[in-house]
Write a protein that binds this ligand. Structure first.
Ligand code: DC
Length: 671
């Protein structure tokens, strides 16, 4: 997951490959609640691991459920429709998860107790009054702790009396009806319960999911149109024993769009999506029809989809999106690649989601150069008229996972502009590794992958600076010095003397080494050599082996292979001059030999290693001299390098300085 302040996506050229998507949020949270309410043990496979499921799991634990988790499999021992007295008082924090807040409100209200339900500030702006009104008709005690009609809520003891149909509004959020459908079987032992929907029910497919899952847990609901739902008397939740969560169809929309936009036409290229397909119970699977109407070529099987480019450019559509409210946001971004104006209608529910999605989409699409008209319940999008009308935008994401995910698709713009996604970690709500998944399928022209070089002499603080820069930008890190250190170590272990006469033998050895990195840990042929390569002797050997031209040549392709999406920070001696001469920013660090020796001295002493300042300084100067005077790739600033003397700067000051230079190279308009 990227937890950086922003993530810069370089322009991408194409995409293809296979992807297994994480579990559906809607199914995961419904199944968790059902498993918790019923009697017996339920094993749930392929459960989504995300912010919204975590808050649900935490709440269920607080209510006394025994939950065992092993990877994506969760085993829940249900409460059997009762909350034990010691758990009947709880303060539940539900983040921004509507799929936890609404159904838990209903279930706890009918069970009764002493509960507080709260969330993040945005949750306290999302309406719940229609559900509370319905619950009060039943005799539930629900009070508002803040604003009337909104969480946080207090729930007290219930005095259930059902003598008339329960009426609930269906035109603001279908989650209110879902919440009642999940909760009321708990009190339908002796009499049937009828729920009547007032107003036109929106997002009907989500009610389908609820009904399907209720059936899996032994409760049948009779549906008369979309107006009347009857839970039979004697309803009783029974565990299905084992249940699989299908992949999230709304998440699939980004990859369906990816196939439609970015697979190269004419060839065999496609995006293969696994975990969700034609048999899906999720309404958003009908995004496939909308995407097809815009030009996608889609084949499907029971739990897979294969998508490629059909018409190009895409075709504009005018569509009532009430049946696919979440996935429809992806259509708004596909409209950037369509000829004509795309209008998405009947989407008023967008205004009460994670953010006001109509306003958010309109604002961010305009930043990219699109023409947008928005209304109370529709949005019309016209793509930028020509290549030169596209703009490089920094996309504000409003703590809304879907805004972040769908705007990532703007990186295929014909102008070859990067797209900045602010607060990329908001995708954790439903798809923590979304960007990693995108990068695993997408290809950029190698010249488009940004590289930031940090070169400089020994002990100048390059490693620290480069590490922090990589963290702040969410980029990969290449510590090229460690490659020479590993090579030096391997030579010593194989008994090959590091001298010019053995240059070719040493270079031949390089090809056979298995080097890999896991975070800051370095492995040589499977052995952790992180410590072994950090000794002063290993540093000196590295400097000697690095002076041999055939060794440097043998190392080149391996270093290039580190330039991967979304970008790279490369530290060394010749990153800017030889390995990545086209890099947009090359920093050359300097610090006086005395300062560097002092830093190294401090480092060693803190590790309990004895050293004298004078000998360290002499070693540094010897290595500097060799690194600067060797015939190939000598240590020197690239012509266009930015010099940075960090003798008197803290690490944080150096980082801010370099990030400022980096920002200056980006085309984003400052907002
Ligand atoms: O950065 P370092 O101290 O880990 O590097 C060890 C040696 O490797 C250094 O003395 C010179 C050599 N080196 C190089 O020649 N080219 C690089 N890009 C990185 C390091």
């Amino acid at each position: 997951m990227f937890s950086t302040a922003f993530l810069d996506l370089p322009p991408l050229a194409s995409a293809q490959g296979s992807i297994t998507l994480p579990g559906s949020k809607s199914i995961s949270n419904r199944v968790l609640l059902l498993a918790a309410l019923c009697e017996g043990v339920t094993t749930i496979h392929d459960l989504l691991d995300s912010d919204d499921t975590r808050v649900m799991l935490a709440a269920l634990r607080q209510l006394g459920c025994t939950i065992e988790q092993s990877g994506a499999t969760v085993q829940i021992t249900g409460l059997g429709g009762r909350i034990a007295p010691q758990n009947a008082q709880a303060d539940l924090f539900l983040g921004n998860a509507g799929t936890a807040m609404r159904p838990l409100t209903a279930a706890l209200s009918v069970l009764g107790g002493d509960f507080q339900l709260r969330g993040i500030p945005r949750m306290h702006e999302r309406p719940i009054g229609d559900l509370v009104d319905a619950l009060r008709q039943l005799g539930c005690d629900v009070r508002y702790l803040g604003n009337e009609g909104y969480p946080p809520l207090h729930i007290g003891q219930a005095h259930i009396a059902i003598d008339a149909p329960i009426r609930v509004r269906g035109d603001v959020s279908s989650q209110f009806l879902t919440a009642l459908l999940l909760a009321l079987p708990l009190v339908a032992q002796t009499q049937a319960i009828v729920i009547e929907v007032v107003g036109e029910l929106i997002s009907k497919p989500y009610i389908e999911i609820t009904l399907q899952l209720l059936a899996r847990f032994g409760v049948r609901v009779q549906r008369d149109g979309w107006q009347r739902f009857t839970i039979a008397a004697g309803a009783r939740y029974t565990s299905p024993g084992t249940i699989h969560v299908e992949a999230d169809a709304s998440s699939a929309s980004y990859f369906i769009a990816l196939g439609a936009i970015a697979t190269r036409d004419g060839g065999e290229n496609h995006i293969h999506i696994q975990g969700v397909g034609a048999d899906s119970i999720q309404g958003d699977i009908r995004f496939v029809e909308a995407a097809t109407a815009m030009g996608a070529k889609v084949e499907s099987g029971p739990n897979w989809l294969k998508v490629s480019r059909g018409s190009w450019p895409l075709k504009a559509i005018d569509l009532d999106c009430n049946h696919i409210p979440d996935a429809a946001m992806t259509l708004a971004v596909m409209a950037l690649y369509a000829e004509g104006t795309t209008t998405l209608r009947n989407i008023a529910s967008w205004r009460v989601k994670e953010t006001d999605r109509i306003a958010a989409m309109a604002c961010e699409l305009r930043k990219l150069g699109a023409t947008v008209v928005e209304g109370e319940d529709f949005i019309s999008v016209t793509a930028p008229a020509s290549k030169s009308d596209w703009k490089a935008a920094s996309i504000h994401t409003y703590d809304d996972h879907r805004v972040a995910m769908c705007f990532s698709l703007a990186v295929f713009n014909p102008a070859g502009l990067p797209v900045r996604i602010e607060d990329p970690k908001c995708v954790a709500k439903t798809f923590p590794d979304y960007f990693e998944a995108l990068f695993s399928l997408a290809k950029a022209d190698s010249a488009a992958i940004p590289v930031l070089c940090v070169d400089g002499p020994t002990a100048s603080g390059k490693g620290t600076l480069a590490t922090v820069l990589a963290e702040r930008l969410g980029y990969h890190l290449l510590d090229s010095g460690s490659l020479y250190r590993i090579t030096g170590l391997a030579a010593t272990r194989r008994g090959i003397a590091i001298e010019p006469a053995n240059a070719q033998a040493l270079a031949d050895m390089v090809g056979g080494l298995h080097i890999h990195f896991e975070g800051m840990t370095v492995f040589l042929d499977g052995e952790d050599v992180t410590q072994a390569i950090r000794t002063e002797e290993a540093g000196m050997n590295a400097s000697r082996i690095a002076a041999l031209p055939p060794v440097r040549i043998a190392m080149t392709a391996f270093q290039h292979s580190f330039a991967q999406l979304p970008g790279l920070v490369a530290d060394g001696r010749d990153m800017g001059t030889v390995i990545f001469p086209e890099a947009p920013l090359k920093v050359f660090l300097t610090a006086s030999a005395q300062k560097r020796a002092e830093r190294r001295h401090k480092q060693l002493i803190s590790k309990g290693i004895a050293a004298t300042l004078d000998s360290l300084r002499a070693d540094l100067e010897e290595r500097d001299a060799r690194d600067m005077n060797r015939s190939v790739a000598p240590l020197k600033p690239a012509q266009d390098a930015q010099l940075l003397d960090n003798s008197d700067l803290t690490v944080e000051q150096s980082v801010e300085l370099v990030l400022g230079w980096w920002q200056g190279k980006q085309p984003f308009q400052h907002t």
